[in-house]
Each structure stands twice: as C-alpha cells, then as structure tokens.
Design a protein around this ligand. Structure first.
Ligand code: 5GP
Ligand code: MN
Length: 319
C-alpha cells in the first residue's frame, strides 16, 4: 500500500467540503459498495457529497441504504473529484469525457493508468472496497452500519464470496470487523453473491446450451435474443461467467455477451497462474489477472473467433 498517497488522501478529504465521487459504467458490487461506503462516511461527517455514475444502479444493489442517492448527472460546483474502482477514464462514461480532472483515484486494477493527481492503487487488494475499509478510519471517518454493509458487499462480490485466488487472511479479519460494526454477512451473501432472478437463470440456460470446450478453454455466448426470450432486463451475463469457472479442467473461461448497441462485451476468467488481463488489454479492455473484460464493436459471430484465437495463443504461450 502506498502510504504517501494515503496521507495525501487524508489531507484532501479533511479539507474538501463539496465532493464528487464517481465509479465505472456497468457497475459491479465493488463499484457500488465503494461508492456508497466512502460517500456515506463522508456525508455522515457533514460533507456535501455527490455520488454518481453514468449508468443505472443495478436492481440487486438497491437494497443498500443510500443507493437511492446515486445520481447520473452532476454540477461542477465541487472542490474534490474522486474516482473509485475504475482503471481508466474511458470506463467513466460521460464523467470520463467532459475534460474533468480527477484529484483522487482509488483502485485495485493492475491495468490502472494513474490518471488522477493522487493515485492509490493497491493491486493486492481484493476489492477497492477493501482499500477504503482499511483506510477510512485513518482518514478520519467512521464506519456506520450502512458503510460497513456497502464495503463488505464490495469485498464479497469481487471475491465471489471469499473464494478467489487472491484471498488473504487479512481480508477475513477485515470482514469480521465490518460484521462487528453491523454488516449483515448472510443477507449480503444471499442478495449479492448467490441469489439470481428467475429470468437470469433462464438466460443461463441459453448460454449453457451452447457451451464449448477446446483444451483448457471453455466459452459460450449470450445473444440479445436469449435476453429477450428469458425476459432478463440487464445488459450483462447475470454472472454466468462464474458458472463456467466451476468446470474443473477449464484454465480460461470466456463469455461473449451481445449488446443492444451493436457491441459485444467479453468476460474472461482464469485459474491461478494464468493472466487474462493481458488478453483483455489487447482488445482495449482491462481488469485483473484472474478476471478481465472488454467491450468490442462488431458482430458477435465474427468477433468471438478472433478473441478466442488470441486467448488460445495466450494460454499456450503461458504454459
Ligand atoms: P467482468 O467480466 O465481470 O465485467 O469484469 C471483470 C474485470 O474486468 C473487472 O474487474 C472489471 O473492472 C474489468 N473490466 C470489465 N470490462 C472492462 C472494460 O471494458 N475495460 C476495462 N478496462 N476493464 C474491464
Ligand atoms: Mn473491483
């Protein structure tokens, strides 16, 4: 952990009165948990805080206190701009475009390009929410129950319930402390790790029916038609990629998700020792060694072959 950045963040947070805090588009649990965890803690200390992101808050996170305060737009009357869990400005949607300058960038992605004045990037952290939970009291703010719930949710979702290869015993101690401060582990685990809507599981069925395998690579795709047939409202894969990681001899799993706007979202997952963030970066995306993603423009029937070929080459080179 970069202690100089952490000290600079403490000073900046203490001094600021009006803060803009933003996270990435297609937000996952860590994005929402980090945004609410830091945002609510600063608010409770009397700061004026605007929490924002250029997307809807996914329904599964709306049970969290404060989620109704998250905005899609913003005014420029803030004195400190913070970006959370976001490796590069292009993932901020409109917030990445309007020539906005970022004061603070807190993240755990290995592909983070350090676009802010103060960058606190800890690639060993399992979640951005872990970095916030570890530091927030040193920065001078309290962890209330809603803050503890948000931060534990971020940690739980990015570790898929404490089971990713980057898990450390420290994370379990931090989670225990968040529980002591009021976080409801079983409820968060149910709502945000394993429960899915009927429509999501029906859509999995379409994806699973097309499952393919070649040596250590398994993949499938979800089309716009699958989504509408199942009545699934989101644009994502409903975490189907995590099902594929259950396949015992898969070294890399890939899901292609057709998007309504003519794009294709790709999700990669890898076992320990294989780094898929490099393949994702080749396609303009990014992420972590074990979990990465990218968004490509084109037809799914053509793109998937190109992506699989590169992924397969990468797997063979790494062995
Ligand atoms: P997922 O496959 O769950 O969408 O994403 C896995 C990881 O890759 C996450 O940590 C996420 O932040 C990162 N990621 C996903 N999509 C993109 C993308 O389009 N660009 C970048 N830079 N990272 C991505
Ligand atoms: Mn994260």
């Amino acid at each position: 952990m970069n202690s100089r950045s952490s000290t600079a963040i403490r000073q900046a947070l203490q001094k600021a009165e009006r803060l803009l805090i933003v996270t990435h588009i297609r937000p996952d649990g860590d994005a929402i948990g980090s945004l609410l965890g830091l945002g609510l803690a600063l608010k409770a200390a009397g700061k004026s805080v605007l929490m924002a992101l250029d997307d809807q808050v996914p329904t599964q996170f709306r049970h969290l206190e404060g989620s109704e305060l998250i905005n899609r737009s913003f005014q420029r009357d803030y004195d400190l701009a913070i970006s959370l869990d976001c490796s590069d400005k292009s993932r901020l949607g409109q917030f990445g475009r309007d020539n906005l300058e970022w004061d603070i960038n807190i993240d755990h992605h290995i592909t983070n390009d350090g676009y802010a004045k103060i960058n606190l990037i800890d690639t060993e952290a399992v979640a951005t929410a872990e970095i916030i939970a570890t530091n927030i009291e040193d920065w001078g703010f309290q962890i209330s129950k809603p803050v503890a719930d948000a931060l534990l949710m971020g940690i739980l979702t990015d570790t898929i319930g404490f089971r990713t290869y980057n898990m450390r015993s420290d994370v379990l101690r931090l989670a225990a402390r968040l529980m002591d401060l009021g976080a409801n582990l079983p409820e968060l685990y149910a709502r945000n790790v394993y429960q899915k809507s009927f429509e999501a599981v029906k859509m999995w069925g379409s994806g699973l029916s097309r499952l393919q395998r070649k040596d250590g690579l398994v993949w499938t795709m979800i089309t716009n038609e699958d989504r509408s047939e199942a009545g699934y409202p989101g644009k994502d894969d409903a975490d189907m990629i995590n099902l594929l990681t259950a396949i015992e001899d898969a070294k890399i799993s890939v899901v292609f998700i057709e998007q309504p706007n003519g794009k294709v979202k790709v999700s990669w997952r890898a076992v320990a020792g294989v780094d898929v963030s490099q393949v994702a970066a080749e396609f303009g995306g990014g992420g972590h060694p074990a979990a990465a993603g990218a968004e490509l423009t084109g037809k799914i029937e053509e793109l998937y072959k190109i992506v699989l070929e590169k992924t397969y080459l990468h797997l063979r080179r790494g062995q």
